[in-house]
Design a protein around this ligand. Structure first.
Ligand code: NAP
Length: 500
């Protein structure tokens, strides 16, 4: 479903197909999500004579593009071929805009419709970015387009600054940081003045690195509703693109009628990200950042970047939630409460319950903290006992090696390893034999909903509980910390139904 398009956000869907029939078909599909269609004629294997006739019937304004390979196109065309295209072929296509590369535009005498003059850099952010922008702007451009590769999330800063500059000069600019680290520029760009943002037709049709698909731009990130007042939240980690958290939190923003958006922030160096983009006293970006979820591998590192840490998070030794309040940063941990919540819903008391926690990372620490508070009897099981021993000692629980261990007689076995998800989807941390005599397996993995461990546990008669309830419980607490509102779990669950 499309949301209402209230502000001036424009989503342009590039259509890049090898033959005319596919091109026409994709243009029709694109029209559902697009304000404009970018006709990428460099993708066509050849330009047949009837192309012009076929290419004159669009239900959306069209940007005509003929990109050479070195600027991210699909055609290894010579300069002469490019010139011939713009002077002989393009004038016969009914387009509203031509997007011509800056290196070519000066030497063409074009009788064009409105002109987008573009520059692409697939290696990084050039040092002379502003000079490039000035040069393109002086080339009779109605709109300047600059797309650079973000090798780090802080590369977004140069793009946002360029948008501020163009806005202050009253010039139209499309500025994009490509790659996963640049996604914030694609989602927030229009609210900061970008003339448009590009959205792929679907996940398989992206024409540039990091291009979010148009249905997601509109129905997950609600780009049409984002403005300068929008409260910005996001997930900091590496990797983050697989995360379902944007579905959970963006659904809650809609359900609670809060002008907010939640984005994935792919961050390699958390300290630099916090210094240059997050901390209100040092950041180089004026944006309405309110809250962050923190995931692996940054839950410990970010603790050094905060002004205040909740004693519970301090004791767990990990922060998974950050609140930006005026000029200070506050850190919390919602994993512990999120972990215990589904258990307390089912069992009156966990006192003296025998619990085995498998894995000794961040989730295990939160689980141990919560279970110790409930006075459960906890044992930590790890593959590397030397590494896990200090963790176990910190939480005053015993520690054993997983291999060869017996779990017979345990009330709960908690999987706090990644085995069963992602690249480990077919794996389980326990053998089927080790499941004998276990009463309930609680797998913290939520994607897939049912892991191999859960299937095998079920088959030998154990009760099972997956990680989805924990995900929602901890997300609800995060949302409340950022907004002061208790979100309904229903909206969050509903959003996940489509993706899990
Ligand atoms: P983490 O900090 O990276 O810790 C992972 C732990 O698993 C480490 O102790 C690691 O051992 C161990 N491990 C990894 N591969 C293993 C293997 N092949 N055999 C045995 N142990 C192995 O990760 P985390 O943040 O704790 O997350 C763990 C899992 O919980 C993830 O799947 C995550 O998605 C899930 N989780 C779910 C929720 C939720 O809301 N449902 C919340 C948080 C986490 P080494 O130290 O030896 O590498």
């Amino acid at each position: 479903m499309q949301t209402s398009r209230s502000n001036r956000t424009r989503v342009c869907v590039p259509v890049c197909e090898k033959d005319l029939a596919a091109l026409q078909n994709s243009c029709e599909r694109a029209a559902e999500w697009a304000d404009l269609i970018e006709l990428r004629l460099d993708c066509l294997k050849d330009l047949p004579d009837d192309a012009v006739r076929v290419l004159n019937n669009f239900s959306r304004p069209v940007i005509l593009t003929f990109r050479p390979t070195e600027q991210g196109g699909h055609r290894d065309s010579s300069r002469a071929e490019r010139q011939a295209f713009w002077t002989s072929v393009a004038p016969h296509v009914k387009a509203d805009w031509w997007d011509v590369e800056g290196d070519l535009v000066a030497e063409l005498s074009l009788n064009s419709p409105r002109l987008i003059v573009s520059h692409h850099d697939f290696t990084g952010v050039p040092e002379d970015l502003e000079q490039i922008y000035e040069r393109l702007a002086s080339a009779r451009a109605a709109v300047v387009k600059i797309a650079v590769q973000a090798n780090d999330i802080t590369d977004c800063l140069a793009v946002f600054h360029l948008l501020d500059l163009a806005r202050s000069e009253g010039r139209e600019l499309i500025a994009i940081a490509m790659g996963n680290a640049g996604i914030a520029t694609r989602i927030l760009g229009p609210s900061r003045g970008s003339f448009l943002t590009y959205g792929a037709l679907d996940d398989d049709s992206a024409t540039a690195p990091g291009q979010v698909n148009a249905p997601k731009l509109r129905s997950l990130y609600h780009v049409d509703g984002i403005d300068r007042e929008t409260m910005i939240c996001g997930l900091v980690g590496l990797p983050v693109m697989h995360s379902v958290s944007p579905h959970v939190h963006n659904a809650a923003f809609v359900a609670e009628e809060i002008n907010g958006v939640y984005l994935p922030f792919e961050v390699r160096d958390a300290k630099e990200f916090f210094r240059r983009m997050v901390h209100p006293r040092s950041r180089e970006l004026n944006w309405n950042l309110r809250g962050l979820s923190i995931t692996a591998p940054h839950k410990q590192t970010v603790m050094e970047c905060l002004d205040w840490i909740d004693p519970k998070a301090e004791e767990i030794g990990a922060v998974n939630t950050v609140v930006v309040d005026q000029d200070r940063l506050f850190g919390y941990n919602t994993d512990a409460d999120g972990f215990i919540d589904p258990l307390l819903h089912r069992f009156k008391s966990l006192r003296d319950a025998r619990v085995a926690i498998v894995g000794a990372g961040g989730a295990a620490r939160a689980a141990m903290y919560a279970l110790r508070k409930q006075r459960a009897r906890v044992t930590l099981f790890a593959r590397d006992i030397m590494k896990a021993q200090p963790v176990a000692e910190f939480f005053e629980v015993s520690c054993e090696s997983i291999s060869g261990a017996s779990f017979d007689g345990y009330d709960f076995v908690v999987n706090a390893t990644p085995l069963g998800s992602g690249g480990h989807i077919d794996q389980s941390p326990l053998t089927v034999e080790q499941l004998n005599g276990v009463w309930c397996v609680y797998d913290l993995i939520y994607n897939p909903r049912e892991t191999r461990l859960m299937r095998e546990a079920h088959a030998v008669g154990c009760k099972t509980l997956g990680g989805l309830e924990m995900l929602i419980a901890q997300a609800k607490l995060q949302f409340e910390l950022w907004t002061g509102k208790k979100p309904s779990a229903g909206a969050m669950e509903h959003a996940l139904r489509n993706v899990l």
